[in-house]
Write a protein that binds this ligand. Structure first.
Ligand SMILES: [Mg+2]
Length: 172
């Protein structure tokens, strides 16, 4: 593995679950964030609209926490992220960032203006991003990560797993 050193440690690892892959319809249902320090936040958010069938089958049954409304969620997220414009890293960041901006309002985005994608980092280093999430989870196992510790599709566990993978990956 080629030696690489990331630009900054001012990072928040983030994952969301959301209602649809259609960006006109989709809204955030839950969010998990974890900082380099290990400080974490997990929220589940009110959603009245329709959801994709896959989300209905696989995500809704896993949402168990008391839901909060969108305004309260936005306040908690802004407070957690703080004023330092951290870099957002998520796995395929397009949807996470888009639905987060829809929740907060783009003018309130507390992160650095470009979201960063861990799947792209894997691709650039010669790894297949499918080896992160798909059945074999080869990439994670090769890094020595105990994937059983993390519940897949729980936004906080997904964010924590990505943080551990990132730290191991750039340690090599
Ligand atoms: Mg997830």
């Amino acid at each position: 593995m080629k030696q690489t050193k990331p630009l900054s440690d001012n990072i928040i690892f983030l994952d969301t679950e959301f209602s649809s892959l259609d960006p006109y319809k989709g809204e955030i249902l839950s969010i998990g964030m974890i900082k380099m320090t290990g400080e974490e936040l997990y929220l589940e958010i009110d959603h009245e609209g329709e959801v994709d069938q896959w989300v209905f089958d696989h995500i809704l049954p896993t949402l168990k926490k008391e839901k909060i409304d969108r305004r309260e969620a936005a306040e908690k997220i802004l407070e957690f992220v703080g004023p330092d414009k951290p870099y957002m890293i998520s796995f395929v960041s397009q949807y996470d960032s888009l639905y987060l901006y829809k929740l907060l309002g783009i003018e309130k985005n507390p992160f650095f203006r470009f979201p960063f994608d861990f799947a792209s980092m894997m691709f650039a280093a010669g790894y297949d991003p499918d080896d992160f999430n798909k059945k074999n989870r080869k990439f994670l196992i090769e890094l020595g990560i105990d994937v059983e510790k993390y519940k897949m599709h729980n936004a906080l566990d997904d964010a924590k797993l990505m943080r551990e993978a990132y730290l191991e990956f750039f340690k090599k």
